[in-house]
Design a protein around this ligand. Structure first.
Ligand SMILES: [Zn+2]
Length: 235
């Protein structure tokens, strides 16, 4: 099981780690700052550097078995062996954009009174799909409301509650397609004070002001019960 350092501190860009597994899928470390693909957020890219200066470029990060995080090496990079010490560094520019967009989607979620049926975080844009049969959403209104919440520079906090407490408050689970992360019966909640509270295992910025200006660039009807809202960074 890999210790998930990004869950305690999403701003950690690198860490020292030991290789605990090597397979056809990739490299497993005892601890990692690399976020594995999940919850609509892409897996991190970056580099693992050995003590003797070999650089293994990581092109994706995935969830493995039993809590392992699998770092997928680029095909043309040198092999690693179990027991080796590495310095693991994420492609921070890309990851930070994911953190900003991911947090922005929490704000978007709070502005639309409908269930979420899917979503995706990207470096330039993000989207949420809502179970919304009526065309009630307006691009300009949503853009203004989102930028208003961003400008308030609200704190984004993570805390844990028991699975039982969560079960008693089913309204907290907004994202129907994503299983919230569990740790020994506890569930991780992301709390944007007075705006949004929901279980989530992704990486977020510390304050909404870090998201920067955004625009709702598209609202499209994907099916009778599915309306897709696309958000982009401005500039
Ligand atoms: Zn989240």
């Amino acid at each position: 099981m890999t210790e998930t350092l990004f869950r305690e501190d999403a701003y950690l860009q690198s860490c020292e780690a030991t290789v605990t597994g090597v397979s056809e899928r990739g490299v497993v470390l005892n601890r990692s700052v690399f976020y594995p693909q999940g919850g609509g957020q892409p897996g991190d890219r970056g580099v693992l550097e050995t003590r003797d200066g070999r650089r293994v470029v990581i092109s994706d990060t995935l969830k493995g078995d039993q809590g392992d995080i699998v770092h997928v090496p680029h095909p043309d990079t040198p092999p690693l062996s179990v027991g080796e010490q590495v310095n693991a560094t994420v492609d921070w520019e890309r990851r930070y954009r994911h953190m900003r967009m991911h947090t922005c989607l929490h704000l978007l979620c709070s502005l639309v009174d409908a269930g979420v049926t899917g979503g995706a975080v990207g470096s330039d844009r993000g989207r949420l799909d809502f179970d919304l049969p009526e065309a009630t959403l307006d691009k300009a209104d949503l853009s203004e409301a989102l930028n208003g919440l961003i400008a308030r520079d609200l704190p984004v906090l993570a805390r844990w509650i028991s699975a039982q407490t969560l079960a008693e408050r089913p309204e907290l689970v907004r994202t129907m397609s994503v299983q919230p992360p569990m740790d020994q019966g506890d569930v991780r909640l992301i709390d944007i004070t007075s705006v949004d509270l929901q279980p989530c295992g992704g990486t977020h910025v510390a304050r909404t002001g870090e998201i920067g200006p955004v625009v709702v660039s598209k609202i499209e009807k994907k099916s009778r019960h599915n309306r897709r809202v696309v958000v982009r960074f401005v500039g």
